[in-house]
Ligand binder design. Structure first.
Ligand code: FAD
Length: 139
């Protein structure tokens, strides 16, 4: 019967990295998962030739060079630029907010013009002391 140093429950990022490092250190690991695939929440399935995130979209970001070098030793990354757009009542807006968003909203072209618009709008809202949702929090 096979014997192991570690039984790792969960083949997500944590379990996979732990197993990888433990094996490098000479340990024998058994990784089990209740799902039928590896990867945990970052798992992608191939659908019509496109890799689709099964548990919500994931992008990898780090400003830690050691982490970046580590993951690049394990997998090849797709080049990716995060440029989300919001569709509000059929019109597209850049998010997170930047000068393009303010131009799309109000046609303003400078930070000063945007600040002026924001201060007029801010004055027209009564402050919400205990926001009940994200929209109220943003307001
Ligand atoms: C919608 C969404 C979007 C996200 N976006 C990002 C992002 O853009 N960038 C980012 O860095 N992070 C993101 N995250 C967070 C990221 O998914 C997690 O930090 C990471 O997947 C955690 O890895 P993990 O191994 O700890 O857990 P998981 O990935 O959850 O893996 C745990 C595994 O353990 C298994 N398991 C649990 N209990 C048992 C059991 N009793 N028996 C057997 N198996 C078990 C599960 O099936 C699962 O496969 C996002 C998370 C979600 C949900």
């Amino acid at each position: 019967m096979a014997t192991y140093d570690y039984l790792i429950v969960g083949a997500g990022l944590f379990g996979a990295v732990f197993a990888h490092e433990a094996k490098k250190a000479g340990k024998r690991c058994l990784v089990i998962d209740k799902r039928s695939h590896k990867g945990g929440n970052i798992y992608c399935a191939e659908v019509n030739g496109i890799r689709v995130h099964q548990y919500g979209a994931h992008i990898f970001h780090t400003d830690n060079k050691e982490v970046w070098d580590y993951v690049n030793r394990l997998v090849e990354f797709n080049r990716f630029t995060n440029s989300p757009l919001a569709n509000y009542e059929g019109r597209l807006y850049n998010l997170p907010f930047n000068m393009n968003t303010f131009y799309q909203l109000w046609g303003v072209k400078t930070p000063e013009e945007a600040k002026e618009k924001i201060s007029v709008q801010r004055a027209s809202y009564a402050p919400i002391q205990e926001p009940a949702n994200l929209e109220e929090q943003a307001l």
